[in-house]
Design a protein around this ligand. Structure first.
Ligand code: ADP
Ligand code: MG
Length: 328
């Protein structure tokens, strides 16, 4: 099972940012209202995600680290066959196989209750011991890739790795306005975002994550048709070129990178004569969950629409109309 986990780790755990993404997704899944992310040395030395979600019970703690590990798989060949199906439900097991991981959790409102389990690389011998913790979970990942030097060598500078973490954090914080967020690096607080899902709170968060200039040069839109809704902000031609990488697209609350979506947006931009402009946007597409399959791949942000043409046309015409009106 440890071999299985280490191979799975290659799929899920590429760098500190992928660890943060997985841990934060778990925190969101647990119904947290507040999520704190702490890093040291770009995440190579320490990554800690703390939440106030449902917590994990004493008996489930070791299971959380070993889920789906199957002793039936013995050879690399067999593993490769499994890998092609994609590993799911293995993030914690994968991360723990390439780090020193500590999981402390409490399902109870009593803050003196709680349990702790640790795993260190291949030596995963989870022993559960009492450890006080407020309701919720803290996962601490130390010395990422300490036992896989080849992988550790691929880590870039502290600044670069932190940049990737911050970008992952930004996406997740943009996907859930109703959650409060904190991001710290080397004890310094870089983002502190209060929860709030009303228009004022949303714009406050956008400004805080993307800079005040983003909203000053952006158009707000909210359009719906035939069971589809598109809302958010699109940059206008006055938008500074320095922020050309600000492209965020969410489908039903999940970050998505999709060629069909990119194409529709680019085409709308070009048609309204934003020549030579790289579109910048924070857009939310809400669709009936049955017309979209978001879980095409556990780590890649892929999406598959049942009727791609319809979605493309809706995006194009919505943006085209909104942008044209803003230029009239
Ligand atoms: P997956 O999220 O795909 O189920 P993970 O390895 O990421 O797999 O997590 C394993 C399990 O551990 C989760 O299914 C969940 O039950 C539990 N878990 C992990 N993180 C948390 C958390 N922050 N709060 C509550 N439960 C958690
Ligand atoms: Mg998970």
């Amino acid at each position: 099972p440890r071999l299985a986990n280490q191979i799975a780790a290659g799929e899920v755990v590429e760098r500190p940012a992928s660890v943060v993404k997985e841990l934060v997704e778990n925190a969101i899944d647990a119904g947290s209202r507040r999520i704190e992310v702490d890093l040291e040395a770009g995440g190579a030395r320490l990554i800690r995600v703390r939440d106030d979600g449902s917590g994990i019970g004493e008996e489930d703690l070791p299971l959380a680290l070993s889920r789906h590990a199957t002793s039936k798989i013995l050879s690399l060949e067999e593993l490769e066959g499994v890998a092609s199906l994609g590993f799911r439900g293995e993030a914690l097991a994968s991360i723990s196989s390439v780090s020193r991981l500590e999981l402390v959790s409490n399902t109870d409102d009593d803050p003196t209750a709680g349990w702790r389990v640790v795993a260190e690389g291949r030596q995963m011998e989870p022993r559960v011991s009492p450890a006080p913790h407020p309701r919720g979970t803290s996962v601490t990942v130390r010395d990422l890739f300490f036992n896989t030097p080849a992988r550790r060598k691929f880590l870039r500078t502290e600044k670069t790795e932190f940049g990737h973490v911050e970008e992952a954090f930004r996406r997740q914080a943009l996907s859930r306005f109703d959650i409060g967020w904190v991001l710290r690096h080397n004890q310094k607080t870089l983002h502190q975002l209060r929860p709030g899902d009303d228009p004022v709170a949303r714009e406050r968060r956008i400004a805080s994550l993307l800079g005040k200039g983003f909203l000053e040069n952006a158009l707000h839109l909210d359009l719906g048709a035939a069971g589809l809704r598109l809302w958010g902000w699109v940059g206008l031609p006055t938008h500074s070129r320095a922020q050309a990488d600000q492209q965020y697209f969410f489908v039903n609350g999940r970050v998505v990178r999709d060629r069909l979506v990119a194409h529709a947006i680019r085409q709308a931009y070009r048609d309204v004569l934003f020549h030579g402009r790289h579109p910048v946007f924070v857009l939310y597409l809400e669709v009936d969950p049955t017309v979209v399959d978001v879980n095409v791949h556990p780590t890649k942000h892929e999406v598959r629409f049942r009727d791609g043409r319809m979605v493309h046309d809706f995006l194009f015409s919505s943006l085209h109309r909104a942008l044209s009106e803003s230029r009239a």
